[in-house]
Design a protein around this ligand. Structure first.
Ligand code: NAD
Ligand code: IPM
Ligand code: MN
Length: 354
């Protein structure tokens, strides 16, 4: 795409602090290369919900459909239950556009304080199922508040859904270091996870060059902390991948540093790029949020848009700015603020931002 159409939803909390400077930076980078992105800024947020009763206005999903990508900040505000804000905005977009892959690359960064002092560098990708599984949103509650109360929350695993996620994981591993690890729990979840392992074993037959293993989610969490460098691609269900990605993000140094892409690989519908972190109400308004997760999400977006060279340069600039110390915010062990970190990245790119 020479003129990509990008919808921007800053959302809530620190999303509103990290998204504008990142859009500015990406726009400058693209213009310098003669690429004019067409940005659509959408004020879909809790502020708007409190004023209008809606997170997504009528016709909003159709509007998004006319874009090549969506760049999102974060959603969530203490004034509205999370089940409402996230369900009406974030999860609705993921489902509506069948963004069935949640791609979460996790890699060690230069110049930051990592919790595992002697850890080897690592570079892995969590490929999280993003439309079904534990997030199927099927369940119910009877006798609320009474002693006989019963609550049911059902997980749904379809053959088509599990197979496409695993196929994507193996294809990705084939272009990387050739190892897929499935997160399972077939010792206790004898329906869903036994099925998951069967489908994975079938798909693995089509990829003889890729090494395949499955590890129970509890043991996998422990192994990740012990040595993340042993992993390449981790394929997981919706909830398992959600948890593993926060664990991996903090191994990078901070959950503010990890990016994600909600991807529909067939490209007939827009994919959505957002940091792994949330709206961080505890630090909002202080100007100290790390823009790194948002910046690396923009890297994933540029790649998805076919702007591989710009993606590579932005990724390199983020790492160089971190190595210099100028982009290291307090969560990563430094003293930079959000604006300073973005300016440091812009300096490396040779494209000063106001
Ligand atoms: P959170 O990610 O917002 O914050 C967890 C901790 O990490 C906090 O201490 C926060 O200050 C810190 N942190 C997060 N991002 C940071 C950054 N960029 N720089 C520095 N520090 C950072 O998770 P939470 O507190 O569980 O959730 C807060 C709200 O965000 C809730 O409403 C939740 O539902 C929502 N949420 C939204 C998303 C999303 O939009 N994709 C993801 C996770 C949580
Ligand atoms: C994430 C978030 C969301 C998720 C929440 C906020 C619904 O934690 O993007 O990781 O669980 O997918
Ligand atoms: Mn999460």
């Amino acid at each position: 795409t020479t003129s990509p159409r990008i919808a921007v939803i800053a959302g809530d909390g620190i999303g509103r602090e990290v998204v504008p400077p990142v859009v500015e930076l990406v726009d400058t980078l693209l213009r310098h290369d003669g690429v004019t992105a067409r940005w659509t800024t959408l004020d879909w947020s809790t502020e708007r919900y409190l004023a209008t009763g809606e997170y997504i206005p009528p016709g909003g999903l159709e509007l998004l459909a006319g874009h090549d990508a969506i760049l999102l900040g974060a959603v969530g505000d203490p004034r509205v239950p999370d089940a409402v804000s996230l369900g009406d905005l974030l999860l609705r977009i993921r489902r509506h556009f069948d963004q069935f892959v949640n791609l979460r690359p996790l890699s060690s960064l230069p110049g930051v304080t990592m919790p595992l002092r002697d850890g080897a560098p690592f570079d892995l990708v969590v490929v999280r199922e993003n439309t079904e599984g534990e997030y199927a949103d099927i369940g119910g509650r009877v006798h609320a508040g009474r002693p006989q109360e019963v609550v049911v929350q059902t997980s749904v695993f379809t053959r088509a859904g599990v197979e496409r996620l695993l196929r994507f994981s193996f294809q990705l591993a084939a272009r990387r270091r050739g190892v897929v690890t499935s997160a399972t729990k077939s010792n206790a979840l004898r329906h869903s996870m036994v099925f998951w392992e069967e489908v994975a074993a079938d798909v693995a037959k089509d990829f003889p060059g890729v090494e395949y293993r499955h590890v129970h989610i509890d043991a996998l969490a422990a192994a990740l902390v012990r040595d993340p460098s042993r992993f390449d691609v981790i394929a997981s269900s919706n909830l398992f991948g959600d948890i593993l990605a926060d664990l991996g993000a903090v191994l990078m140094g901070s959950i503010g540093a990890a990016p994600s892409g909600n991807i529909n690989p067939d490209r007939s519908q827009p994919s959505m790029f957002e940091p792994v972190h949330g709206s961080a109400p505890d630090i909002v308004g202080r100007g100290i949020a790390s823009p790194v997760g948002q910046l690396l999400s923009a890297v994933l977006m540029l790649d998805h848009l076919g702007l591989a060279d710009q993606a590579r340069r932005l990724d390199g600039a983020v790492r160089a700015a971190l190595a210099s110390g100028d982009a290291v915010t307090p969560d990563l062990g430094g003293t930079a603020d959000t604006g300073g970190a973005c300016r440091a990245v812009a300096r490396v790119l040779g494209a000063p931002v106001p």
